[in-house]
Design a protein. Structure first.
Length: 398
């Protein structure tokens, strides 16, 4: 008797491919080891430190924005995928693609629920073709995009299966329907209608043969997601803050899962001559990013007793209806100083350079949003691009 679809969803994709195509078929051989073994030739090679601007676009970009980002010294631009809080990332990134020459373009981050992974892969491959090889698919387990649909993040196990399927889609391989449990749309099974012959797998059949594969970049905070990301993706972007011991802890987990992991970090950077103002600018983003370390009922990563208390209070008091805003009375100055990078430009450069020494090769930088004091935050934004970014490149140059 054939296994049911629900049973097949618990079987690794590799096993299903071997059963259908044979152990020695090219498709099965490519999937027997770590996913990245098949993608080694497509991995983005390190070419110095990469500096990406995080994305919080509430409206579509304007003409000239892509060229302006390049002129400001950014290597890449991320676009947030959260339908209730930001403009559609693929519209934003496509506009930037035609308005820039070298700017890398990525989602920060999408998820496997609001779009089927095959649909996400198709959008990213389209962007890869439009941008002539500058696309990066950034993905996580889901946060505000799912919360505003009444859903929680995917389990780590389901997420890793989605990563594996995504890599197959991005390579143009077929993924059997039963290998991936996705019920976001609530549509009934294809088996409920009569067809002479029905498809059995999802596949992007139109990918040009000479188009480089889109690299997968996983946003990760907890140890299981960090390890899964290192196993399955070309890139891991850590979301553990900027405290050196927390970053070192996360880098160690990724390296143990795969020694040659390409590791980046999402960090909050607020340069300003007045450290107190910098802390105030950073508070909302600090609360938003720090709570990822405590989402599942316990705080992950190294933390002092005082920091542990802040993490626990964030879990209890963070208001998703005010996403990106710090709950009153929870954050301390010491916590913001360690989790974020705040202060004079020289101080910010020193903090970031220390993280590069720990193995970080890419920063996704969350800068001022203009929510507290737009004029003063513009000073911070200008210092970031005019002083911090060039000085950091010079400091860590080989």
């Amino acid at each position: 008797m054939s296994p049911t679809s629900s049973h097949l969803r618990d079987i690794p994709i590799e096993t299903i491919l071997i059963h259908r195509h044979g152990r020695h078929s090219p498709l099965a051989r490519a999937r027997l080891g770590i996913d990245l073994m098949a993608d080694a030739s497509n991995r983005i090679a390190p070419r110095g430190l990469e500096l990406w601007q995080a994305g919080y676009d509430t409206v579509a970009v304007r003409p000239g924005d892509g060229a302006a980002l390049e002129a400001a010294g950014w290597d890449g631009k991320m676009a947030m995928d959260s339908q209730s809080l930001a403009a559609d990332p693929y519209v934003v990134l496509s506009a930037l693609a035609v308005d820039s020459a070298h700017l890398k373009l990525g989602t920060s981050v999408t998820n496997p629920y609001t779009r089927h992974p095959a649909v996400t892969a198709a959008a990213m491959v389209s962007l890869q073709a439009l941008s002539r090889g500058r696309a990066v698919l950034g993905i996580g387990r889901g946060d505000s995009s799912l919360a505003y649909l009444g859903r929680a993040p995917l389990s780590v196990e389901a997420f890793e299966r989605c990563l594996s399927a995504l890599q197959s889609y991005l390579r143009g391989e077929a993924v059997p329907f039963e290998a991936l449990d996705w019920s976001g749309a609530g549509a009934p099974s294809l088996e409920t209608i009569e067809l002479g012959r029905a498809p059995e797998a999802a596949q992007l059949r139109w990918i040009p043969e000479d188009l480089p594969k889109v690299p997968l970049d996983v946003a990760a905070t907890g140890p299981r997601v960090i390890a899964a990301a290192a196993r399955r993706a070309e890139r891991v972007t850590l979301g553990v803050g900027a405290a050196p011991e927390r970053v070192a802890w996360a880098v160690d987990i990724a390296r143990k899962a795969r020694a040659d992991s390409s590791i980046g970090a999402q960090v909050i950077v607020m340069p300003h001559p007045d450290p107190e103002r910098a802390r105030r600018f950073a508070a909302g983003l600090t609360a938003s990013l720090a709570r990822f370390s405590t989402l599942n009922g316990r705080t992950v990563g190294p933390a002092s007793p005082a920091e542990f208390e802040v993490f626990e209070n964030l879990r209890a008091h963070y208001d998703m209806n005010q996403h990106g805003r710090a709950p009153e009375g929870v954050l301390t100055a010491d916590f913001v100083d360690r989790f974020a990078v705040v202060g004079t430009p020289d101080h910010c450069v020193d903090r970031l350079a220390r993280l590069v020494e720990l193995g970080i090769t890419r920063f996704v930088i969350c800068g001022p949003l203009g929510w507290t004091d737009p004029a003063e935050e513009q000073i911070s934004r200008d210092l970031l691009t005019a002083e911090v970014l060039p000085a950091l490149r010079k400091t860590v140059a080989p």
